[in-house]
Design a protein around this ligand. Structure first.
Ligand code: PLP
Length: 219
């Protein structure tokens, strides 16, 4: 079995290789190790190998395993990458250092209130429904400029735009489109790319890649 350290090395060198043609620096790409469904005993070796940024997609699952790990490693940053219900905003703000799924005015209101109450402003990516899929979360493309204006009217730090391209299609056009939407709207961060396509995402400007399977194995 491959070790956590060698998997991490492989992903990091793939990111560095993808940076070259794009004339980007590897240190400008944040690798988020997506540990959803994996328990602490699988996460610990990745922490020991030096990884400090982790992603989870459910508030409740993260609450069960991360407080103890974070206590032992206070320099860990936790990112919420999955959909968030407004009634979980306070819990999310208490646990996470960054939220990637801000996608609607009601959630914006709930998060702004939760952050004010906690006295802690958590940077948020605005998730865009880049493939215009009815079943998926994300702000509709047509509503993005107005929603970004709403976000900018709050104290919440805008981290960038996030997307999950449609499954089973070439992701590159969707990554390029998200980069264009960001440029058109004066946004700099781009959270895009998963195990199957993070190198492509890096070539197209990703500032954050969310990689699970390539680091932890199949779920
Ligand atoms: C699970 C998940 C990932 C990681 O997916 P892998 O294919 O395992 O790398 C990335 N982003 C989101 C939003 C996810 O839910």
């Amino acid at each position: 079995m491959e070790s956590a350290a060698s998997r991490l090395d492989a992903v990091r060198s793939n990111i560095a290789r993808a940076c070259k043609p794009a004339r980007r620096k590897p240190e400008d790409v944040t690798l988020i190790a997506v540990s959803k469904t994996h328990q602490a005993d699988a996460i610990q070796p990745v922490i020991d190998a030096g990884q400090r940024v982790f992603g989870e997609n459910r508030v409740q699952e993260a609450q069960g395993k991360w407080p103890a790990l974070c206590e032992a490693h206070p320099d860990i940053a936790l990112h919420l990458i999955g959909q968030l219900q407004s009634n979980k905003a306070e819990e999310a703000v208490a646990l996470f250092d960054c939220i990637h799924s801000l996608d609607r005015p009601s959630l914006l209101t709930a998060l702004a209130k939760a952050m004010d109450k906690a006295g802690r402003q958590v940077p948020c990516f605005v998730q865009v429904n880049i493939g215009d899929e009815a079943q998926k979360g994300g702000c509709p493309i047509a509503e993005l400029p107005a929603f970004l204006a709403e976000v900018r009217a709050t104290a919440i730090p805008l981290a960038g735009l996030m997307c999950i391209p449609p499954a089973d299609t070439e992701a590159a056009p969707f990554f390029a489109f998200l980069a264009k939407l960001a440029a058109d709207n004066g946004v700099t961060g781009l959270s895009m790319g998963m195990s199957g396509d993070y190198e492509t995402a890096v070539m197209l400007g990703a500032s954050h890649v969310r990689v699970g399977t390539a680091l932890f194995g199949a779920r």
